[in-house]
Design a protein around this ligand. Structure first.
Ligand code: COA
Ligand code: AMP
Length: 637
């Protein structure tokens, strides 16, 4: 029997009582007296007046409770052939030493620390050291360009940067340091201190006066026995800024607090993911995404679990059995990944033959999120693994699942196509464009009645108006998720599509606006529109429709290569931009709005009704025939 219905009803009846109880699992310097304040942020401010330290709760308290010898980080890096285990004792020593180093360079409470790292333990150490000092970290994903990095540097204005010489992708080494140098050259903000982790695969030059060798300075602090106490901060103080894609090319700096974040994440580890302290949890994501923040770093450590830090891919490092090997070797109790990773595995190993050699007896649940789960992939995983496969839905803004299937409270029936039921804390509604609720089964805008539960974002860094405009203006009293979907008769939530110009490529959230900005900067391009075309492996891939300037004639293949290079340079390889389609004009409304949704449907071969606002309906036929010619090319046949 599941305890979900009771827990949800308990929360509905007394939300503050529910979170007061959950907050008891956290160690506070000043315990919460006030639970919820809604005056300042419409999304809610939890535990105002309380004081705490996130690093203390993730590391120190487990050591003080006598669990110092337990594994905290299980690093597994097939791309370098390295494995390492950090006990909680070792993690405390390293975090404390790095915190001393940063403090000696002037980093203190409220200062920003930018972290631009591959999937190495030092990335987690840096996040925790920042939290220890009461500073605010901002982790930037390695697949972004120098330009995107510069945007984030200028927005967050960090006092220090922790980075590495390189990241290692299966087919190439990604030299991080030149990207960092280029970003720092481009940025208006000056960063006085950069700590650089030299990796053996490719070392880098250090700039005298600014750059220091991470291992040398942290090693010296460790040898000298330097430690740093945790700095108590207000529960409502920011723990981190994580930039995410929105409608425009300018990224949004989602701000997360300390207190509410800890309370919700710890609750979710026990009740949603069903983990016990001491067990191993693996989120196969990247520290640069919210999944990496919440469930590679903070969630598992807050709960006293071991977290797997995997520097590799689902396939090719070295084969499609990599995930199953890691689960067996590190005794993983639950894995969290994106459906695209499973599609990549199934493509190479459709019969699941690579599973059999591994002992998965300790493995209980596979969790999927990041993009819509397709029924075929879910059915394949369930059959081959013989374990529940649980879809759940959340966003950078919420920090933890809005809907899911709470294994810890007792699994509910799994409904294919649905992303589960609302978690306690979330009152999920589906509204039509006028703001009225629609009946079950009807597609609409998915919103969450305010306030958001603990861990919900408390703002956008330096962008108060944008925060209000983007999330709370359209449906007063609700947080607008920008996802469309429906609730079924049993109350399960089905997530179908984004309602804005965000696309989801291999589980990565990308702004079509930023790709369009890059394409538009090409001297031959008059205008362009980027849409997400359905893709069997990545879910969606960007497709660029390009109109050339009058009188310009270009060889399509050459222009395509130039635009790919431009997008890689301006946005980064993570955009996975490869396809350009030259057209003579774009479909627009009379007021000049480009009909991207219509173009996307055409690209996916869907039936399209001519939108009444379309100025010249025959343009759709032109787009159709251009698409046909494009998709008939050998690469798509
Ligand atoms: N640093 C630098 N470059 C990176 C990077 C990183 N951390 N991560 C990806 N890239 C690069 C890749 O090397 C690739 O470059 P290329 O065009 O030169 O080959 C490009 O960005 C696109 O990467 P990706 O979309 O990940 O494609 P892929 O072919 O390398 O891998 C999958 C495809 C499906 C295996 C992979 O995307 C995956 O495992 N996805 C899981 C999804 C996930 O982690 N989602 C996070 C939310 S849960
Ligand atoms: P991010 O903020 O990068 O985590 O991306 C959040 C977006 O990913 C959501 O708004 C959805 O569009 C999509 N998403 C995440 N999880 C799911 C899911 N389980 N099903 C469908 N879409 C999802």
């Amino acid at each position: 029997m599941t305890r979900y219905h009771g827990a949800y009803a308990e929360w509905r009846q007394d939300p503050e009582g529910f979170w007061t109880e959950a907050a008891k699992a956290i160690d506070w310097d000043v315990p919460p007296a006030q639970i919820l304040a809604t005056a300042e942020a419409p999304s809610g401010r939890w535990f105002e007046g309380a004081q705490c330290n996130t690093c203390y709760n993730c590391v120190d308290r487990h050591v003080r409770a006598g669990h110092g010898a337990r594994a905290a980080i299980r690093y597994d890096s097939p791309v370098t052939g390295t494995k390492d285990v950090y006990s909680y004792d070792r993690l405390l020593a390293e975090v404390s030493a790095l915190a001393s180093v940063l403090r000696a360079r002037g980093v203190g409470r409220g200062d920003r620390v930018l972290i631009y790292m591959p999937m190495v333990p030092e990335a987690l150490v840096a996040m925790l050291a920042s939290a220890r000092l009461g500073a605010v970290h901002s982790v930037v994903f390695g697949g972004f360009s120098a330009e995107e990095l510069a945007l984030r540097i200028d927005d967050a204005k960090p006092a220090a940067i922790v980075s590495a010489s390189c990241g290692i992708e299966p087919a190439r080494i990604v030299a991080y340091k030149p990207l960092l140098d280029a970003a720092l050259d481009r940025a208006a903000h000056d960063v006085p201190h950069c700590l650089i982790l030299q990796r053996e695969r490719q070392r880098c030059d250090l700039l005298a006066g600014r750059d220091e060798d991470y291992a040398t300075v942290v090693g010296a602090a460790l040898a000298a026995g330097e430690t740093t106490d945790c700095v108590p901060v207000a529960a409502t103080d920011p723990l981190y800024i994580l930039y995410t894609s929105g409608t425009t090319g300018r990224p949004k700096g989602v701000v997360r607090d300390n207190g509410g974040h800890m309370v919700a994440l710890r609750w979710s580890m026990e009740h949603h993911y069903g983990l016990e302290p001491g067990e191993t949890f693996w989120a196969a994501s990247d520290v640069g995404w919210v999944v990496g923040h919440s469930y590679i770093c903070y969630g598992p450590l807050l709960h006293g679990c071991a977290t797997v830090l995997y520097e590799g891919k689902p396939t090719g490092t070295p084969d499609a059995g990599a995930f199953w090997r890691v689960i067996a070797e590190h005794e993983v109790a639950a894995l969290f990944t994106a459906p695209t990773a499973l599609r990549a595995i199934r493509k190479v190993d459709p019969d699941g033959l690579a599973i059999a050699p591994h002992d998965l007896s300790g493995f209980r649940t596979l969790f999927l999120a990041g993009e819509r789960s397709d029924a075929t992939t879910v059915a394949w995983a369930r059959e081959k693994l013989g374990r529940p496969v649980v879809d759940h839905w959340w966003q950078t803004e919420t920090g933890w699942p809005m809907t899911g299937n709470p294994v810890g409270l007792g699994l509910l029936p799994v409904r294919p196509g649905a992303a589960g039921v609302p978690m306690p804390g979330y009152d999920i509604r589906v509204l039509d464009d006028a703001g009225s609720e629609v009946p079950p089964g009807t597609l609409g805008n998915i919103v969450c009645k305010l306030p958001l539960p603990p861990a919900g974002f408390t703002g956008l860094w330096g962008a108060k108006e944008r925060y209000h405009e983007t999330y709370f203006a359209e449906f007063p009293g609700y947080y607008a998720t920008s996802d469309a979907g429906f609730r079924d008769a049993e109350g399960y939530v089905h997530i179908m599509a984004r309602t804005d110009d965000v696309i989801n490529v291999a589980g990565h959230r990308l702004s079509t606006g930023s790709i369009e900005e890059a394409i538009s900067s090409h001297p031959d391009v008059a205008e362009c529109a980027v849409v997400g075309r359905a893709d069997d492996l990545k879910g969606q891939v960007p497709l660029g429709f390009v109109v050339l300037k009058d009188g310009v004639a270009r060889d399509a293949a050459t222009l395509g290569r130039e635009l790919v290079a431009l997008v890689r340079d301006r946005v980064g390889p993570v955009a996975a931009f490869r396809e350009t389609l030259c057209v003579t004009r774009l479909p627009k409304t009379r007021s000049g709005k480009i009909l991207r949704g219509t173009m996307q449907k055409l690209a996916d071969g869907e039936e399209v009704r001519v939108p009444p606002a379309l100025e010249e309906p025959q343009i759709l036929d032109e787009i159709r025939s251009a698409l046909r010619a494009h998709l008939d090319k050998p690469a798509h046949a």
